[in-house]
Design a protein around this ligand. Structure first.
Ligand code: SF4
Ligand code: ZN
Length: 299
């Protein structure tokens, strides 16, 4: 089969929901087009803005870092070293390797230096690892963005992530989570603007991009993971997508157009205070991370 764009080269990547099959070169053009469309249509950032990209070493965040650099954006990556033995060091090696190969700017926060290494925190709090880890990552992304004067935080969430999260939230009518589901969360209440420039691209498309561009990413899954929360929903959506290409995007875009404007008005549960130590949004006197630090240091 010939590439549906250039009609000369042999097609290597088939994308049924776009009714297209691309050669490697035309796939890169397609990929860049989807990325730019997401960035522009949601006014995520411009080339004047300083963008902080959250990187874990995995394919999505590494591909986002690569794609934003290739497209001339002013990007710095932030890696949070979680203090998970072996896993965190290996992921950091990948991230450092990419930064030195591309001459890209990288910042690293070591949670162990904050007294908050994830294995220690879960031992003390007995809370699920991912709940604590997600909260700490969000906190330090925001903190670094504010302290170092970044305009926006970008994450590598893709269409599969967003559609499966939406699916799960709708199945269980989690209206409070639907409020915050968007490719763009504006800066408000001490939280920096957050964007998801890959929301128009699927996991498959990002994997193809990483492969074509020889991005050396970290393949291993986290030893503390109890199985990705939304992986079952992703599998269900993939079955539907297989029978009816384009459903994932229709589902997510439909939500943004029809339901999102209705649910996004109610922010009644947002914290009203700010932490007296760090200024992060808080329900009481201290934010949850400063309270956790005190708990950890009191051991
Ligand atoms: Fe953190 Fe959970 Fe992801 Fe591991 S799987 S990195 S603990 S959020
Ligand atoms: Zn605080």
């Amino acid at each position: 089969m010939k590439c549906t764009r250039c009609r000369k080269q042999t097609a290597e990547i088939e994308l049924p929901w776009h009714n297209a099959a691309f050669c490697k070169e035309c796939f890169q053009v397609f990929f860049r087009g989807q990325l730019q469309k997401a960035i522009r249509s949601f006014k995520m950032f411009t080339k004047k803005d300083r963008v902080l990209v959250a990187v874990s070493g995995g394919k999505d965040s590494m591909s986002l870092w690569h794609a934003l650099l290739q497209n001339g954006y002013n990007v710095t990556a932030l890696f949070i070293h979680l203090g998970i033995p072996e896993f965190s060091d290996t992921a950091l090696e990948k991230v450092k390797g990419f930064a030195s190969k591309e001459g890209a700017s990288l910042k690293v926060v070591y949670l162990r230096n904050e007294g908050l290494a994830i294995p220690d925190v879960i031992r003390v709090t007995r809370r699920p690892a991912c709940a604590i880890c997600g909260r700490l990552k969000r906190y330090y992304f925001n903190r670094v963005a504010i302290e170092d004067g970044f305009d926006v935080i970008a994450t590598g969430h893709n269409l599969d992530d967003e559609a499966s999260r939406l699916f799960a939230n709708l199945l269980h009518w989690k209206m409070e989570y639907l409020q915050d589901q968007s490719p763009v969360l504006p800066e408000e209440n001490g939280l920096k603007k957050k964007v998801k420039p890959f929301f128009r691209l699927t996991e498959f498309e990002i994997a193809a991009y990483a492969f074509i561009n020889k991005i050396d990413f970290f393949h291993r899954s986290c030893p503390l993971s109890k199985g990705a929360t939304f992986s079952f929903y992703k599998r269900v959506l993939n079955r539907i997508e297989y029978n009816s290409p384009g459903t994932k995007m229709d589902f997510y875009q439909g939500f943004l157009k029809t339901l999102k404007p209705v649910v996004s008005k109610d922010h009644a549960d947002a914290p009203e205070n700010h932490c007296r130590i760090c200024g992060y949004p808080a329900y009481g006197d201290l934010c949850s991370v400063c309270a956790l630090k005190q708990k950890m240091s009191a051991r």
